[in-house]
Design a binder for this molecule. Structure first.
Ligand code: ZN
Ligand code: ZN
Length: 254
């Protein structure tokens, strides 16, 4: 038996014992579905919840990341959904792990509203997988900022927690200078107005001139928040803005 192997076996035994003791004594529940956790040392969400997340699969709109109805519906070479063909967006490409629904939605709620910050790392590792093309060649990731009052109330910015684990330098190049109502609570038409002039560059923005930057957030709804952030970065000389979010509210073609 090699010392390394022996250590791993001991580690595994210890984890099994800890799991057994914790699940009997504390009976912790999965932060997403509420079922008792069999392996509490592996984190606050159960395996079935993680594996029930359905990734968004191609064909996807190149610009916003929404699923496209079928290969035939795409007007080549514009690999874009009807909405993105109608407007020019400052974000070249956007991707998410999956739809803002089911287990993914519950996991994001646990992170954001129950303060289960340890969920940021496993979420970010899925974002790295699904967004490998978005992160490729990126010089920095920029978390979508919270307004200071919201940040104080929550104690952390979930977008910053996710950005920290993406393997690219984090730049806090943006700040939210005006409090806004949550986008999810608004009709699509009002979302752009809600975030207009809400963001401003910080001193860190100067270092991003000519660079490739990836905006990071937990959820993207219509993309209005990401667009508003991207415009500020573009006005400050950023070369290319992409976006990566944990979840996306998908607009189904009618
Ligand atoms: Zn669960
Ligand atoms: Zn699109």
């Amino acid at each position: 038996m090699t010392p390394d192997w022996r250590r791993r076996t001991a580690d595994w035994r210890l984890r099994t014992v800890c799991d057994a003791v914790l699940s009997v004594l504390l009976a912790p529940a999965c932060a997403a579905c509420g079922a008792p956790l069999e392996h509490p040392t592996r984190g606050p969400v159960c395996e079935p919840c993680w594996s029930s997340i359905l990734p968004l699969t191609p064909p996807l709109c190149d610009a916003c990341g929404d699923p496209l109805p079928s290969w035939r519906a795409i007007s080549v070479p514009a690999f874009r959904c009807a909405r993105c063909r109608r407007m020019t967006r400052p974000i070249r490409r956007c991707r998410a792990i999956g739809e803002y629904d089911g287990a993914l939605r519950a996991i994001l709620h646990a992170l954001k509203y129950d303060g289960r910050r340890s969920l940021a790392r496993p979420l970010a590792s899925r974002m790295r997988e699904q967004g490998a093309a978005i992160l490729e060649g990126a010089d920095a990731v920029v978390p979508v900022p919270l307004h200071p009052s919201r940040r104080r109330e929550r104690g952390f910015n979930q977008a910053h927690d996710l950005a920290r684990h993406l393997g690219v330098r984090v730049s806090t190049a943006l700040e939210r200078v005006r409090p806004t109502v949550p986008q999810v609570s608004l009709a699509a038409a009002r979302r752009h107005r809600n975030v207009r002039d809400a963001f401003a560059p910080t001193r860190a923005a100067a270092a991003l001139s000519g660079k490739i930057v990836v905006l990071v957030d937990d959820v993207s709804t219509t993309g209005a928040t990401l667009d508003a952030c991207a415009r500020v970065l573009e006005e400050n000389g950023v070369g290319e803005v992409r976006a990566l979010t944990a979840a996306r509210v998908v607009t189904r073609p009618r």
